[in-house]
Design a protein around this ligand. Structure first.
Ligand code: UGA
Length: 444
C-alpha cells in the first residue's frame, strides 16, 4: 500500500552500488543488493567490502546485522523482493573508442525487466551518455512482462571515492530525470532524510539529468586542467602555483577546491567521463564542447609526461638502471583504486624505460601489484626510498605528506625529490638537505 515504505534493490555492487545499498539500509529501507559475481556477494553478505572505502565496512556490518540489508546473486530474487530497482553497474570506456560501454547497463535493465512480477520503478544511477535512458525505456517496454507497469527514471550519483558514505547519506543535491508524479513521490520518500537536511530535490527531464552528471565531472576535470595549464605558466615565469591557487580560491566565484595543480586527474570516473562526453558531444554536433574536453584531456595526460621528464632530468638525462622511489599508487588518497591512476601510470612508464622502481602506497599496493606485477613494492615509505636516485611523491596521502624529510634524506643516495602533487613543504624539505622540485613551483 502507499503507506508501506518502498523495498529497494541495488543492481551492481561496486563502489557505487555497495555504498548505495548500505546507505539506503541505514536510512531505514529494506534493501537487497544483486551482483553477478558470487564472490562479491559472499564477501558483502559477511559484511566485508571488497575494496578500501573509509567507513563503509562499519556501515555494511551494521546494516547486514540489522536484517535490513542482504545480497544475492539471483536477480529474480532481488527483483521479486523489491519495488524500486537502482541500477548501479559500471559504464567503463570502450576498448576501441572513447565511447562508454553500455553493455552492463543494458544487461541490468533487461534482467530487471524480464523478472518483474508487479509494478516497478527502475532508477538508473550509472553515468551514461545523454540519450541512453530514453533508449533503455524502449528496452524496458519490449522486455517487461505484459500487464506490468514499469517506469524508468534517471537519478545520477555524485559520490566521491574516499568520501562515498558521507556523500551518499548527505548529497549536495538529488537530481531526478523523467519521473511521473508517482515515481517522484516514491523517490521523495527514498530521499526524504537528505532532502529534510537541505539537499535540493531537482526534478527535470531525462536528458538533463543524464547531462548534469557528466557536466559536473567535466567541469571538475576542466578546473584541474586549467590550474595545470597555469602551473606551466608559473614554471616559465618563476611563480608558485600553490600560492596562486590559494589566492584565487578566496574568490567565492572560483573556490579553492579542485585547484590543486600536479599530476592531474585519474580514477574510474573523470577520465572516461570526459572522453565519453567528448565523443557524445561530437556525435550531437556540439563541437565546441568536444574541442574543449579534448584540450582538458591533453593537458591532463601531459602532466604525466611532464613528471616523467622531470624524473629523467633528475637522473641526469636517462632513468636506465636508476633507482626511483615512488610514494603513492592510488589515483588519489583514501582509496585503493588504481584505475587510470596517474601515479601508477608514471611508475610503470619509468619502469618500462629501464628504471628500478619501488612503490609504496598505504592501501593500494595490492591492487597496484595486480595491475603492474613487475614493479617493486615496498612495505614502507622508508623501504621505498632506500638508496634511490630520486623520490617522487605521486599521491598525496596525508601520511606521505607528513613524512620526516630529515630521516628520509639519509636513506637515499642523492636526496632528490619531485613533488608531483604540490603538497610537500618545500622549505622544510630543502632545509633537510633535499634538492626539491615541484610542479608549477620550480623556482620557489
Ligand atoms: C569524481 C567526482 O568528484 C564525483 O563527484 C563523481 O561522483 C565521481 O567522480 C563519479 O563520477 O563517480 P572521484 O573519481 O572519486 O569522484 O575522484 P575526485 O575526488 O573527483 O578526484 C579525481 C582526480 O582528480 C584524482 O586523481 C585527484 O587526484 C585529481 N585532482 C583532484 C587533482 O589533480 N587536483 C585537484 O585539485 C582535485
Amino acid at each position: 500500500k502507499a503507506t508501506q515504505p518502498p523495498r529497494l534493490s541495488v543492481i551492481g555492487t561496486g563502489y557505487l552500488g555497495a555504498t548505495h545499498a548500505a546507505a539506503m539500509a541505514a536510512l531505514g529501507f529494506q534493501v537487497v543488493g544483486f551482483d553477478t559475481d558470487p564472490t562479491k556477494v559472499a564477501a558483502l553478505s559477511l559484511g566485508k567490502v571488497p575494496f578500501y572505502e573509509p567507513g563503509l565496512d562499519e556501515l555494511l556490518v551494521e546494516q547486514v546485522e540489522s536484517g535490513r540489508l542482504r545480497f544475492t546473486s539471483d536477480v529474480a530474487d532481488a527483483v521479486a523482493s523489491s519495488d524500486v530497482h537502482f541500477v548501479c553497474v559500471g559504464t567503463p570506456q570502450q576498448a576501441t573508442s572513447h565511447a562508454a560501454n553500455l553493455s552492463h547497463v543494458e544487461a541490468a535493465v533487461r534482467a530487471v525487466a524480464e523478472n518483474l512480477v508487479g509494478d516497478a520503478l527502475i532508477v538508473g544511477k550509472s553515468t551514461v551518455p545523454v540519450g541512453t535512458a530514453s533508449r533503455l525505456r524502449g528496452l524496458l517496454a519490449e522486455t517487461a512482462p505484459a500487464g506490468v507497469r514499469a517506469e524508468l527514471v534517471w537519478n545520477p550519483e555524485f559520490l566521491r571515492e574516499g568520501k562515498a558514505v558521507q556523500d551518499t547519506l548527505h548529497p549536495d543535491r538529488v537530481v531526478v530525470g523523467g519521473a511521473s508524479a508517482r515515481a517522484e513521490e516514491l523517490l521523495r520518500t527514498v530521499y526524504a532524510q537528505p532532502v529534510a537536511e537541505g539537499a535540493p530535490f531537482i526534478s527535470c527531464d531525462l536528458p538533463t539529468a543524464e547531462l548534469v552528471k557528466v557536466s559536473a565531472n567535466a567541469f571538475l576535470a576542466t578546473k584541474i586542467s586549467f590550474i595545470n595549464a597555469i602551473a606551466g605558466v608559473c614554471e616559465a615565469a618563476g611563480a608558485d602555483v600553490t600560492v596562486l591557487a590559494d589566492a584565487l580560491g578566496h574568490d567565492v566565484r572560483i573556490g579553492r577546491q579542485f585547484l590543486d595543480a600536479g599530476l592531474g586527474f585519474g580514477g574510474g570516473c573523470l577520465p572516461k567521463d570526459i572522453r565519453a562526453l567528448m565523443h557524445r558531444a561530437g556525435e550531437l554536433g556540439a563541437h565546441h564542447a568536444s574541442r574543449l574536453l579534448q584540450q582538458v584531456d591533453e593537458i591532463n595526460m601531459g602532466q604525466r609526461e611532464r613528471v616523467i621528464a622531470m624524473a629523467t632530468e633528475a637522473c641526469g638525462g636517462s632513468v636506465l638502471n636508476r633507482r626511483i622511489g615512488v610514494l603513492g599508487a592510488a589515483f588519489k588518497p583514501d582509496t585503493d583504486d588504481v584505475r587510470d591512476s596517474p601515479a601508477l601510470n608514471v611508475a610503470a612508464a619509468l619502469h618500462l624505460r629501464g628504471a628500478q622502481v619501488t612503490v609504496f602506497d598505504p592501501q593500494a599496493s595490492d591492487t597496484a601489484r595486480r595491475t603492474f606485477p613487475t614493479l617493486g613494492y615496498a612495505a614502507s615509505a622508508e623501504d621505498a626510498v632506500q638508496g634511490t636516485d630520486v623520490v617522487l611523491l605521486l599521491t598525496e596521502w596525508p601520511e606521505l605528506v607528513a613524512l620526516d624529510a630529515g630521516r628520509l634524506a639519509a636513506l637515499t643516495a642523492t636526496a632528490r625529490v619531485i613533488d608531483a602533487r604540490g603538497k610537500l613543504d618545500a622549505q622544510a624539505w630543502r632545509a633537510a638537505g633535499w634538492e626539491f622540485t615541484g610542479l608549477g613551483r620550480i623556482a620557489a
